[in-house]
Design a protein around this ligand. Sequence first.
Ligand code: ADP
Ligand code: MG
Length: 232
Amino acid sequence: MRPVIEVAGLRKTYGSGPTAVHALRGLDLTVSTGDYLAIMGASGSGKSTLLNLIGCLDVPTEGRYRLDGIDVGSLNERQLSLLRNRKIGFVFQSYNLVPRTTALSNVELPLVYAGVGRRERRERALAALELVGLTDRAGHRPTELSGGQQQRVAVARALVNSPAIVLADEPTGNLDSASTSDMLAVFDRLNALGRTIVVITHEDEVTRHAARVVRVSDGRIVSDTYSAWAVR
Ligand code: ADP
Ligand code: MG
């Protein structure tokens, strides 16, 4: 399979001098198209830093990153945000929905930024909501939805651009076990459709769905295993 994420010698240092924090200390990672990867590790080990770099939300202090064959390090701010919009869908623990508008409008938002016309926006947003099983909630505001439903709206928003990769930072961290199962079913479906998924988690239930588990400790990868028992 073609690699979609190629990271080599990645370092990220926050601050400088005696108070500098070395969040990533030389990290190599290759992820193939269609892979389903779980990242685990103690709090503060560098997981979110890694995901933010992969998601082009931040730039490394050192090292190389190729996203879908594109050398991210050579891009300026504008090119980076274009690439992010086209290739990456991000899901956060805290949903990050716009509170005063409908689920449908929330899902349409990335398409507004991408300059997609009104009619196509609506069609694609509805298709994304259907994929996460929320067609009947399209007209609801976030406050009228459960946490699990809000997170699925966030997932629909993350995939409405047909991104090459879906990145999720502890997406089930605030969910009960039924909502977690719903969410994982959506990820399974996405992965079956060929999407690459990278999810940070500390929950065994999530890692059981992933095909590959990477463990991070103190800014380095300490293990990288493929699971034969992934639930599909
Ligand atoms: P994890 O997601 O595994 O909990 P993080 O990547 O968030 O870990 O953090 C790794 C280390 O980098 C921690 O020591 C954290 O305090 C530090 N860190 C993360 N973000 C910043 C930031 N914006 N400024 C300074 N230090 C940070
Ligand atoms: Mg984190």
